[in-house]
Design a protein around this ligand. Structure first.
Ligand SMILES: NC(=O)c1ccc[n+]([C@@H]2O[C@H](COP(=O)([O-])OP(=O)(O)OC[C@H]3O[C@@H](n4cnc5c(N)ncnc54)[C@H](O)[C@@H]3O)[C@@H](O)[C@H]2O)c1
Ligand SMILES: [Zn+2]
Length: 369
């Protein structure tokens, strides 16, 4: 239905396609045969997705004469660790997976990040194909080649940039997605609607999550738009020198919140709260007008319910902890934390002058809400 090309400066060798098509999962065997990415495939997936789609994918591959293995780990962000990666690597070594084989990362962002990390390090790198199954992974995590695991000090602090061979998106797989996971996906979609000028903000404003779940054509259009935005950004700045940083709107605070809640808060909801935080800071600093702030907060609240977690954070003590966790963020350079500050809807700025006091000053605005 749609093909988006991700292109890098140095020529075609690492360019790849994002394919978006309902029921694409059924066509994966034919796609792999056509493109000949590898001799054999290791499907890496989590315990939930394995039952829903992994086992049948493997069956279909076998039926098409393609040799594959299915490796599964327990679902959830808490599994995105070096220890899970090591277990997967040991299983692959036992299976004698070689550099002529490839990985299919079938699952949400946790699977994508972890399987991508394994692919990039296993025997110094074997090929990987991303097959995202959550909305969040379809619009964001599967594209751009960021891989990683969480370590004690914080989120995604160990990882690589490692581009996939292809990203295969089948929006029909969303039919089994739990409602919380829809909200997580929409948090990232709202992010795109603020960081660049696009029709997304209006489109999201004019609909609701319940509507978009059923209006498949519209939802597919949204997925395509998000993939186009991300593909265009990462093509220009693959390794996050500057431009790519805009994709981290809401994420500096979001990642610290994930750590604070010991990953019991989902990535999407943490990012939604992170966006609200930075918006309030931007208003305090006279960088964003109150009207735009209200419009963004309203849109976030319409799609993502964060109240359960927000009730627990608006105290000075928690804010100090969150600030402390932010010191470990990957966006800290020369001891300065980089924030993506919204200036208006469709325009953000990268800044490193926000102080701890600016951050603590946000507290009253949330308490009075
Ligand atoms: N690499 C990147 O650029 C990037 C970008 C954004 C987020 N991320 C990472 O992505 C992760 C979050 O990803 P996520 O929100 O997809 O979480 P996830 O991978 O944990 O998936 C959420 C849950 O949905 C289940 N699930 C997946 N697909 C399903 C389906 N089709 N039907 C039913 N259940 C399904 C999973 O088993 C899991 O329980 C975080 O670790 C975040 O850091 C990475
Ligand atoms: Zn994110």
């Amino acid at each position: 239905m749609a093909t988006i090309q991700v292109r890098f400066n140095e020529g075609a060798s690492r360019d790849y396609k994002i394919e978006i098509k309902p029921n694409l999962i059924k066509e994966i065997p034919a796609y792999l045969k056509k493109h000949q990415f590898a001799d054999r495939y290791v499907i890496i997936t989590d315990s939930k997705v394995s039952k829903l789609y992994g086992q049948s994918l493997q069956k279909n591959l076998t039926a098409s004469g393609i040799k594959s293995f299915l490796l599964t780990f327990p679902a959830g962000e808490k599994q995105k660790t070096l220890s899970t990666a090591e277990k997967l690597i040991n299983k692959m070594l036992k299976l004698q997976i070689s550099r002529s084989d490839a990985i299919i990362a079938l699952g949400g962002g946790v699977v994508g990040d972890l399987a991508g990390f394994v692919a990039s390090t296993y025997m110094r790198g074997i090929r990987v194909i991303q097959a995202p199954t959550t909305l969040l992974a379809m619009v964001d995590a599967s594209i751009g080649g960021k891989t990683g695991v969480n370590v004690d000090a914080g989120k995604n602090l160990l990882g690589t940039f490692y581009q996939p061979q292809a990203v295969l998106i089948d929006p029909n797989m969303l039919k089994t997605l739990p409602s919380d996971e829809w909200e997580n996906g929409f948090a990232e979609i709202i992010k795109y609607s603020i960081i660049t000028k696009s029709p997304l903000f209006r489109l999201l404003n004019g609909h609701s999550l319940a509507e978009l779940k059923t209006k498949k054509n519209l939802l597919n259009k949204i997925i395509i738009q998000c993939c186009q935005i991300k593909a265009s950004i990462i093509s220009k700045d693959e390794t996050e020198n500057e431009l790519r940083m805009v994709l981290n709107y809401g994420h500096t605070i979001g990642h610290a919140l994930e750590k604070y809640f010991n990953y019991s808060i989902s990535h999407g909801k943490a990012v939604a709260i992170g966006m609200k935080f930075i918006n309030s800071m931007a208003v305090n600093l006279d960088q964003l007008n109150k009207n735009d702030q209200n419009r963004i907060q309203k849109l976030i609240s319409k799609y993502v319910n964060t109240s359960k977690f927000e009730q627990k954070i608006h105290t000075k003590k928690v804010y100090q902890k969150i600030w402390h966790y932010m010191q470990n963020d990957k966006k800290v350079r020369k001891s300065k934390i980089y924030f993506i500050v919204p200036k208006s809807i469709g325009h953000v700025d990268i800044q490193n002058t926000i102080t701890k006091q600016n951050f603590l000053d946000v507290l009253p605005s949330f308490i009075n809400e």
